[in-house]
Design a protein around this ligand. Structure first.
Ligand code: APR
Ligand code: PHB
Length: 396
């Protein structure tokens, strides 16, 4: 594939954000080049949450990449909360007037988007290193990068920084122009993937005095489980046996008994963080997805927020090219941040409700239990939980 030296939108990063933006713009006849520092296999090797909100499902339909998701994904109408040895079902479908979520791995979405990119013939450069952003404060921005030992420059109209939390895009903005908001949590999640049938048809979020646990799934034969762990823990501290015993100890007796265990096929520890950078536009540079914000995984909002950023950004860029109006791109940052902060609040709240915080005392533990008791006994509180879990609406 020959890589052009000029494009309309230069996209940095080929995670879900960059690939989805590339796909939506391609369908609108807008040229893009995607620059990704890693290999496709590396990108597909990352395992992340897989709960897709209805608005994200709709966007994947609009992008023309929903076929396999509808075939292989599992629609879920509810999930369960477990505490004090009992499970309580949250009937999302009934509480939200018929809305639901789709369980479909983020890795699969990324694969579908990669396949669509390849089918479109639009350029994507893997192993593009030393990416540098230039002149995004002017009307003629550009991006330079090294590929196969050679330095290249890509001229463009706009740069989309879709390069994740550790990317170069946010780091290229002068510190005085950006404000960061952050909360780091004093624990991590140890995750295990295994080819065993999920313990239940729906997800179980468990609050236990030994710490949080989550029973999730990728299919009817593949499970994904998590336990809250210490930030000092190493994966090598956790044999499969130790993991299964710990998970079992944090579930109600019935579920614990039904748990089918087996060898792990992936095991990793992830820290938990809330983070937002404001604003999300700097002249002709836009930040989207994890490049601009991080949520803790409780509630699985990461991918869904990336998708709503991309919905707003793609609409703004399409409006710019097709209608010569800058209204959409001018509103991008404010519109995206309004939805982001609500999901930040929800993810922080769910994390606080369900985890054991090392610094908290007996009073805090009683308040947490009262919060859970109130929640499962109140239609109003359950409705609020359900409407956030299925995903808040996007601005028109
Ligand atoms: N140059 C080029 N590419 C880069 C650079 C760089 N300097 N830095 C990072 N990248 C690439 C990464 O290798 C990665 O493939 O940018 C991509 C960013 O992808 P993600 O981290 O998946 O971020 P995003 O696409 O915004 O997806 C957000 O990922 O973390 C989850 O929960 C989160 O679901 C959300 C989703
Ligand atoms: C997952 O399946 O990996 C998952 C599901 C729900 C969450 C977080 C992770 O809240």
């Amino acid at each position: 594939m020959s890589i052009p030296s000029r494009t309309q939108v230069a996209i940095i990063g080929a995670g879900p954000s960059g690939l989805l933006l590339g796909q939506l713009l391609h369908r609108a006849g807008i040229d893009t080049v995607i620059l990704e520092q890693r290999t496709p296999d590396y990108v597909l090797g990352r395992i992340r949450a897989g709960i897709i909100e209805q608005v994200t499902v709709d966007l994947l339909v609009e992008a023309g990449v929903s076929e396999r998701m509808f075939k292989e994904g599992l629609p879920h109408d509810g999930f369960e909360l477990c505490f004090s040895g009992q499970r309580h079902r949250v009937d999302m479908h009934a509480l939200t007037g018929g809305r639901r979520v789709m369980v479909y791995g983020q890795t699969e979405i990324t694969r579908d988007l990669m396949d669509a990119r390849q089918a479109s013939g639009a350029p994507i450069v893997y192993e593009a290193t030393e990416v540098a952003l230039h002149d995004f404060g002017s009307s003629q921005p550009s991006v330079s990068y090294t590929h196969q030992g050679e330095r290249h420059t890509l001229q463009c109209d706009f740069i989309a920084g879709c390069d994740g939390f550790h990317g170069v895009s946010r780091a290229s903005v002068p510190a005085s122009a950006i404000q960061n908001f952050e909360r780091v949590y004093p624990f991590g999640w140890l995750g295990v993937l295994s080819d065993t049938p999920p313990v239940a048809h729906e997800l179980i979020y468990s609050n236990h005095e030994r710490g949080f646990a989550l029973c999730s799934m990728r299919s009817n034969t593949r499970s994904r489980y998590y336990v809250q762990c210490s930030l000092q823990d190493q994966v090598s501290d956790w044999s499969d046996q130790r993991f299964w015993n710990e998970l079992r100890s944090r579930l109600d007796p019935d579920t614990a008994e039904q748990l089918v265990t087996g060898p792990s096929i992936e095991k990793s520890i992830a820290p938990l963080r809330s983070f937002v950078a404001e604003p999300m536009r700097f002249g002709r540079l836009f930040l989207a997805g994890d490049a601009a914000h991080i949520v803790p995984p409780t509630g699985a909002k990461g991918l869904n927020l990336a998708a709503s950023d991309i919905a707003y950004l793609s609409r703004g860029l399409i409006e710019h090219y097709q209608e010569h109006s800058s209204a959409g791109i001018d509103a991008y940052s404010e519109r995206a941040l309004a939805r982001i902060w609500k999901a930040e609040r929800f993810s922080w709240w769910m994390t606080t409700l369900l985890h054991r915080f090392p610094e908290k005392d007996a009073f805090d533990h009683r308040i947490q239990r009262a919060d859970l008791d109130y929640l499962v006994g109140s239609q109003a509180a359950l409705t609020s939980l359900a409407e956030n879990y299925v995903g808040l609406p996007m601005a028109a």
